[in-house]
Design a protein around this ligand. Sequence first.
Ligand SMILES: [Zn+2]
Length: 289
Amino acid sequence: MITNGSKITAVVEKWQNTPEGKKNTVEGIAQALGVPVQDVIGALKRSGHYNGMSDSEIKKSLKVGETLVLKNGKVMTEEEAKGIDWGEIGKNLWKSISEGVQGWWKGLSGDTTFHYFTKISVTNGNPQICYILNKGEGWEPYGVQDNDKAATLPFASYLARVIDDWHKRHPNDPIRINDISRPGGGPFPPHKTHQTGESVDIKFMTTDGKAPAPGAYYECRTYDRQKTEEFLILAIQSVPEGWELRQVNFNDESIIEKYKNIYTNSLGRPIIRYAPGHDDHIDFQYRRK
Ligand SMILES: [Zn+2]
């Protein structure tokens, strides 16, 4: 896992108080980075975020968004890592980081993710868009099913968490999911997005939990605005540190109006927005901040 000239990053995610999030431990970070626990604690102490705390207190007080970087076998704080001349690393940097993050995500959320997603091998396109949503409870497909549910690991982990949380709250209201991306990504007409394994189309919620007939929300007698809002909020609030929902397209104007100043993206724009073609489903677009 450790090679010269590569860099691996571990970030503490925000669901630390969930059973899944209990893996956000010093031991979990050490495992993800492939280093002794003491190296992780040493770096955390140098971060200045845990002044005056003993090792065991630090272990119980990991901060959301805490980021450690591994470079040439040495665990560094984000600040320390900033002083590094990354120029020499060149092209391999992004690959190394994304592999490192993948390793970390696996350790962090593998159980939930692989409850829903199956990893396949992809020979065309981006090999990281290889996690297929094809099992688990709390969701069902809608629309045409044509090899259309391939995600990256970060997005798969996020979506799995949303499905799992929603299913626990609303066991009789399955999330209805259609397109994510093609395996390997790339053009997916008629979509403009859905190319990077980080978009998903989901149906609005209904009062009886049953699949609505095809058509717009305003034509649907069982459209449940309140439940749909609850789902949108869960999805927005489930995004881990360092990522965001760039936009969520759904055309219920009263929802757009209600949340336009409450949920905004890193560019300050409302997350929930009108877009042509989104009267009958919700489109989520996820990205690294
Ligand atoms: Zn879409």
